[in-house]
Structures are given as structure tokens and as C-alpha cells.
Design a protein around this ligand. Structure first.
Ligand code: C2E
Ligand code: CA
Ligand code: CA
Ligand code: CA
Length: 280
């Protein structure tokens, strides 16, 4: 009846207000986090299967509010995108990753090890993204060749023409580009020929059952074969088991990243990992 309808409406209205309030609180929290410098980066190593060397470190942002548990990007990156806060957060990430990479260079890290930074769709479409990247390199003394930028397949497909132009400028600077979460979008691999890409990241949803599911194995094989025909490297993400690693190696995948090798680590723990890894 009428009353029940009103009760339902009030229930939803209340629910919506609560969610809007949560968003406002989170947005205010993110602004404060920027002011108070509460973001940190963890780094996850990427392994080259042929050489056994670490050829990359993916920078992954975390938020450490004072006296509260660490927060992961799944909690706040979407809202940062919606509110535009991703621009200053992303700029901080880029600068911090470049600064850290220069510090590692000074400590003897080989040039072949790139630090990989994620660019969200909105960041990638930012007017001045090329300038933001070159300013980060310039001000930190990080060489372009030490930096890789990860862009998702869907961010590129939003507007392929301007994506190609931006990627061309970044690539001409000497920065490497990889396509993240590959296989989750709708682009054909041959279409990607138009883009200056150095590496494809096979999404972890295909890696999970790779050693047991025929379809996933088939997809991985096709991606690897086509990528190689375009002279593009392939990295598999979300590798958690030895069986997955073995399958990928047997099928010519170039690199792996995932818990099997290491979780993303804070700087000190990562440096210990690299040290131990180098000693074999
Ligand atoms: P992504 O770029 O696909 O990053 C990989 C995510 O998978 C990371 O989650 C990583 O911790 C997780 N992961 C790595 N190995 C494994 C594994 O073996 N198994 C499983 N189950 N997971 C694994 P994280 O750090 O929570 O980041 C989630 C997403 O947030 C990232 O997905 C990326 O899209 C976004 N993100 C993270 N840092 C940044 C950043 O600095 N800027 C932007 N724009 N986005 C970021
Ligand atoms: Ca990524
Ligand atoms: Ca990914
Ligand atoms: Ca993914």
C-alpha cells in the first residue's frame, strides 16, 4: 500500500545518502592524504624467464592514514578517478617512482630494470600528460629508459587516435609502454600494431586456470604467438603457482609477475628480496 511504498522510498533515500556521505568522507580523506603525504608505494618484481633476472618493478600505490590500517587502491582509485583527484595522486606516484628509481641507480641497480607506473584512463587523457612525465624525469634525474608506463587496453580503446599520438610522444622520449589487463577488452591484437607498445600484460583472470583450463591456455598461447609476431614482449600477471610458471615458460611467455615470485613489497623488504634473488 501507500505506507509500504513510502517506507521503501525512505529506505532507499537513506541508503543513497549514506553512500553519498561515504564518498564525501573518502574524498576529503584523499585530499588530506595528499596534503599530509600519506601515500606510499610498494613494488612488485617482474622476472625474466629466460635470464632469471629481475627486469621490472611495478609501483603500486597504498594509502597509510595515521593510526589506521593500510588501504589498497581497490578502495580509493575509482573515487579518485571520478573526482579528478587521480591527477595529483598520479603525479605524486610518478614523481616518487622516478625519485626512487634514481636512488636505486645511484646504489648500482642495472639499467635493464625498469620501474613500471600505472596510468589510469583519466590520467592518460589529461591534456598535459606528456609534460607531466617529462617533468618527473627531469626533476628526479631518472632516465626515460628506466621508466615504463602501464596503460589499460580500455583506456587506449576509449579514443584510439589520440591514444596513439600520446603514446608516440612518450615512446619517442624513450619511455617504454605496456598494455595492462590485456584480454579483458575487445581490441584485436593486430589492431595494436598501430601503437608503439613494448610489452603486453596478460590479465590474471586468464592466468589463474592456465594449467587446467583449455580455453584459458588457448588464449594465452594465441596472445603470446601474436605478440611475438609483432615483436612485443609478453608478461603474465597474477602468477601464483609453479605449475602456472612452468606452463608459461613452456609456451614462450617472456616474463612473469605474481605472488609465486613475490608480493608487492615496501622499499626495504624489496631491497632485501633483490639482494637474496641476486645471490640465487
Ligand atoms: P593492476 O595494475 O592490474 O596491478 C596488479 C594487482 O594485482 C595489484 O593489486 C597486485 O597487488 C595484485 N597482484 C599481484 N600479484 C598477484 C597474484 O599473484 N595474485 C593476485 N590475486 N593478485 C596479485 P593492487 O596493488 O591492489 O592494485 C590494484 C589495482 O589498482 C591495479 O591493478 C591498478 O589498476 C590500480 N593501481 C595501483 N596502483 C596504482 C597507481 O599508482 N595509479 C593508478 N592509476 N592505478 C593504480
Ligand atoms: Ca598494472
Ligand atoms: Ca594488470
Ligand atoms: Ca588485472
Amino acid at each position: 500500500g501507500k505506507d509500504a511504498g513510502r517506507a521503501t522510498f525512505q529506505f532507499y533515500a537513506h541508503d543513497m545518502n549514506a553512500r553519498a556521505l561515504d564518498h564525501l568522507k573518502l574524498e576529503a580523506g584523499l585530499r588530506r592524504a595528499l596534503e599530509r603525504n600519506e601515500f606510499i608505494l610498494h613494488y612488485q618484481p617482474q622476472l625474466d624467464l629466460a635470464s632469471g633476472g629481475i627486469i621490472g618493478l611495478e609501483a603500486l600505490v597504498r594509502w597509510q592514514p595515521s593510526r589506521q590500517p593500510l588501504r589498497y587502491p581497490g578502495d580509493f582509485i575509482n573515487l579518485a578517478e571520478e573526482t579528478g583527484l587521480i591527477a595529483p595522486i598520479g603525479e605524486w606516484v610518478l614523481n616518487e617512482a622516478c625519485r626512487q628509481r634514481k636512488t636505486w641507480h645511484d646504489a648500482g641497480m642495472p639499467s635493464s630494470c625498469r620501474v613500471a607506473v600505472n596510468l589510469s584512463a583519466r590520467q592518460f587523457r589529461q591534456q598535459d600528460i606528456v609534460e607531466v612525465v617529462s617533468a618527473a624525469l627531469r626533476s628526479t634525474g631518472c632516465a626515460p629508459a628506466w621508466l615504463e608506463l602501464e596503460i589499460t587496453e580500455s583506456a587506449i580503446m576509449d579514443d584510439p587516435e589520440s591514444a596513439a599520438a600520446i603514446m608516440r610522444q612518450l615512446s619517442d622520449m624513450g619511455v617504454h609502454l605496456s598494455i595492462d589487463d590485456f584480454g579483458t577488452g575487445y581490441s584485436s591484437l593486430s589492431y595494436l600494431k598501430r601503437f608503439p607498445i613494448h610489452c603486453l600484460k596478460i590479465d590474471r583472470s586468464f592466468v589463474r586456470d592456465i594449467a587446467s583450463d583449455n580455453d584459458d591456455a588457448e588464449i594465452a598461447r594465441a596472445v603470446i604467438a601474436l605478440a611475438h609476431s609483432l615483436k612485443v614482449k609478453v608478461i603474465a600477471e597474477g602468477v601464483e603457482t609453479e605449475a602456472q610458471r612452468d606452463f608459461l615458460r613452456e609456451h614462450g611467455c617472456d616474463q612473469i609477475q605474481g605472488y609465486f615470485l613475490s608480493r608487492p613489497l615496501p622499499v626495504e623488504a624489496l631491497e632485501r628480496f633483490l639482494h637474496t634473488h641476486a645471490e640465487g
